[in-house]
Design a protein around this ligand. Sequence first.
Ligand SMILES: NC(=O)c1ccc[n+]([C@@H]2O[C@H](COP(=O)([O-])OP(=O)(O)OC[C@H]3O[C@@H](n4cnc5c(N)ncnc54)[C@H](O)[C@@H]3O)[C@@H](O)[C@H]2O)c1
Length: 337
Amino acid sequence: MKIFVLGSGGWGMALAINLHKNGHNVTMWTFFEEECKKLQTERKNEKLLPGVIIPDDIYITTSMEGAKDAELVVLAVPSFAVATTAENLAKVLPEGIPVINVGKGLDAKHGYCRFSETIKKAMNNKNPVVALTGPTHAEEVSRGIPTAIVAASESRNAAELTQDVFMNDTFRVYTSPDIVGAELGGAFKNIIALGAGISDGLGLGDNSKAAFMTRGLTEIARLGVKLGARQDTFAGLSGVGDLIVTCCSMHSRNRRAGILIGQGKSAKEAMDEVGAVVEGYYATEAGYQLAKKMGVEMPIVEAMYHVLYEGGNARDAIGKLMGRAKTHESEEVWITK
Ligand SMILES: NC(=O)c1ccc[n+]([C@@H]2O[C@H](COP(=O)([O-])OP(=O)(O)OC[C@H]3O[C@@H](n4cnc5c(N)ncnc54)[C@H](O)[C@@H]3O)[C@@H](O)[C@H]2O)c1
């Protein structure tokens, strides 16, 4: 199958290599002319995927023309570039060709809508959209280390096509109709990963981090359900699966940025030191604004916003979270006998 992958960061490269492994005819589009030339000649990016070679027959280009005869498109650009890239893609992509988005975040330019909504709108509702998301660090996938992921879409055909095209012995793909839950889980887990990193940077314990992750997921699911997601999706690969890997792995930029903040750096200093897009920073603003708009209680997201955007002290924020009024664990009220 002819597949056009937009984005040549770690994830774009890892997915292009995985699709090539499955025998597909892959073109990889890159945004920067210089990055393109370097990838064409060196066939690797040592900084993003050390030791990983891009096969010679993956064609690398800065032109979107190749999307004209693609049978499937993968959008693997940073969250801030999803809307613009989708708008440019819409100028060349024929109707009906599925677009698989793997970027995680929300569209700040369009009222924090989900990326599938942004992409569908850019395509005039003429192309099915799939969110492919789960616990998948590019550094591991590009080396063929086994994992599982979910292809979520309103279109069963598009989700099953994605499953067929990507799945192999090291990359197991499940399908789901709940694209709302899958996208929100992927976007918001980065907020919790930043916080989990802060917990590590402050030198708190494993218990602290586990409690933070669990309560973080509870409030993500609370907002998600209000926005139309299914509760059980948050217990799946795009929810708790992605949350675990992002909060516990040193491959996670969000966690690494959080560790630096916990050690006393400002949010800006931490992001500069990580040197790559820290999606959780933007997701925190999105989560904070959406929670306010929807009237959903999200104390952890509020605390993260205070630390990242208002210069709040992380240890004080944890003290405040621990000192909140007593409450029950799940949303249901007690059944009194
Ligand atoms: N890296 C991973 O392991 C991983 C895994 C799953 C999902 N994701 C998601 O996939 C998306 C891409 O992540 P990544 O790590 O591959 O890349 P990244 O976030 O590191 O971005 C780097 C690449 O983005 C491209 N880029 C920069 N500015 C651009 C612009 N204005 N327009 C279009 N492209 C531009 C460049 O080609 C550059 O190589 C992100 O949303 C991320 O959350 C990443």
